[in-house]
Design a protein around this ligand. Structure first.
Ligand code: S3P
Length: 446
């Protein structure tokens, strides 16, 4: 139990710097895909460093319910450098190996789970039902159902928009889909359906979203074409199992990078963080803001995501502008970037941020309210989030409304607030980063 957490609440000790070295959990996006692709592949996929968050557990449970055989390897694997990793093995069922589940598939809080599985199950000739928690049942599913329907899947949504989702999968035809939003979940759902569709399936996006699906499809032996913001595959080719080493999650690392930058006297070293250029927007934005970040790129094997060891230290920050084209590269990091922006000289603009409204909570509103609880000003203009700085934060009590990223961003803000602060429901961090609050307690210097 964390020394600073009472039941259902966390409070920081007053104004202490953070110092130390750590490894963040395995990347959530890569972890979901490693499990799903492993289950669809021929052969056994070993996965090292899978995320231990609840979202990825949701994907695992759904796949097991669909007949996938996933094995924990028990002992941690030790590397020559003395690091230890958890390893699991997915015994692939091949392209047509999944079986119908009599029970509804519960995707919990996880948008990636439900949307990617909608793509997978559209091409399987049996009925499926998927649902999730109250947050997931409020999030848009029609944007995924529409292109899958145009490929031939029969999909019913609650009130035409939301989960629960009923799918009657079957034979699919390829589609040339022009997506109105830059969404890797949507792109990946269409590509996963395309694996079993006849002919070419392509997705064109208005801006590049994270490309983990494209990278992993190639790693599993598939030909993937890309040109500009368009990606295409041909249906019918098998996926071949390949070992996956999951990089550290840059979305989790972002809390530590910002904490080190804003808390005077801090210095943190993070090892093995994913620096895929479609995900590194928060690193790029912080660098423009004058953050003292040192990146040491590590050697990776063929087909692996790029990773770096990153050292971050307290910095004098200046404001920046995030463009709509850049926004998808830091979509999950907007709340913590807004915390950094309160400490920067000038007005930070995070532009084209409409997608924040349809995340685990309305993060546009949630970020403004979280900062307001610390007495800080932030405002929304159209689809832009505007944060003036520098601002002195006061102590506050924050209810993250079950949103893990708002809870962790609030915890970092509380470290620089003058006066006592409380983050309610710190347990919601379990979704992506179960060890976040105990780790934070451990890094705070006595
Ligand atoms: C994800 C894509 C993003 C991101 C989410 C994970 C993924 O969502 O916000 O946390 O793994 O593909 P969108 O693609 O809908 O923007």
């Amino acid at each position: 139990m964390s020394p600073n957490s009472g039941k259902g609440a966390w409070s920081p000790p007053h104004r202490r710097p953070l110092a130390g070295e750590l490894r963040v959990p395995g990347d959530k996006s890569v972890s979901h895909r490693a499990l799903i692709f492993g289950a669809l592949a021929e052969g056994t996929t070993s996965i090292r460093g899978l995320s231990d968050g609840e979202d990825v557990q949701s994907t695992r449970r759904c796949l097991e319910q669909l007949g996938a055989h996933i094995e924990d390897c028990g002992e941690l694997v030790k590397t020559p450098a003395g690091e230890s990793w958890s390893e699991i093995r997915v015994h692939g069922a091949g392209a047509s190996g999944l079986k119908s589940s009599k029970r509804t598939l519960d995707c919990g809080n996880s948008g990636t789970t439900i949307r990617l599985l909608m793509g997978v199950l559209s091409g399987h000739p049996f009925p499926s039902r998927l649902t999730g928690d109250a947050s997931l049942r409020r999030r848009p599913m029609k944007r995924v159902a529409d292109p899958l329907r145009s490929m031939g899947a029969k999909i019913e949504l609650a009130d035409g928009e939301h989960a629960p989702v009923k799918i009657e999968g079957g034979a699919l035809r390829g589609v040339a889909y022009e997506s109105p939003v830059a969404s890797a979940q949507l792109k990946s759902a269409v590509l996963l359906a395309g694996l079993r569709a006849q002919g070419e399936t392509s997705v064109l996006e208005p801006a590049p979203s994270r490309d983990h699906t494209e990278r992993m499809l190639r790693h599993f032996g598939l030909k993937v074409g890309t040109e500009g913001h368009r990606v295409w595959i041909y249906g019918g080719a098998p996926l071949k199992a390949a070992p996956v080493r999951v990089p550290g999650d840059v979305s989790s690392a972002a809390f530590w990078l910002v904490a080190a930058c804003v808390v005077p006297g801090s210095r943190l070293k993070l090892s093995g963080v994913c620096t895929n250029p479609t995900r590194s927007g928060v690193i790029d934005a912080l660098a423009r803001m004058g953050a003292k970040l040192d990146l040491l790129q590590a050697a990776v094997g063929p087909g692996e995501e790029p990773v770096a060891d990153i050292t971050a230290a307290h910095s004098q920050l200046v404001a920046t502008e995030v463009t709509p084209q850049e926004f998808p590269k830091l979509v999950d990091e907007a709340p913590i970037l807004a915390v950094a922006a309160t400490q920067a000289r000038g007005t930070t603009r995070i532009r084209g941020a409409a997608e924040l409204r349809v995340k685990e909570s309305d993060r546009m509103e949630g970020t403004v309210k979280m900062l307001a609880a610390f007495g800080a000003e932030a405002r929304v203009e159209g689809d832009d989030l505007i944060v003036p700085g520098p601002q002195a934060l006061k102590g506050g009590t924050i209810d993250p409304k079950a949103d893990h990223r708002i809870a962790m961003a609030a915890a970092v803000a509380s470290l620089i607030a003058d006066g006592p602060s409380t983050v309610l429901d710190p347990g919601c961090a379990q979704i992506s980063y179960p060890a976040f609050f105990p780790t934070l307690d451990g890094l705070l210097q006595g």
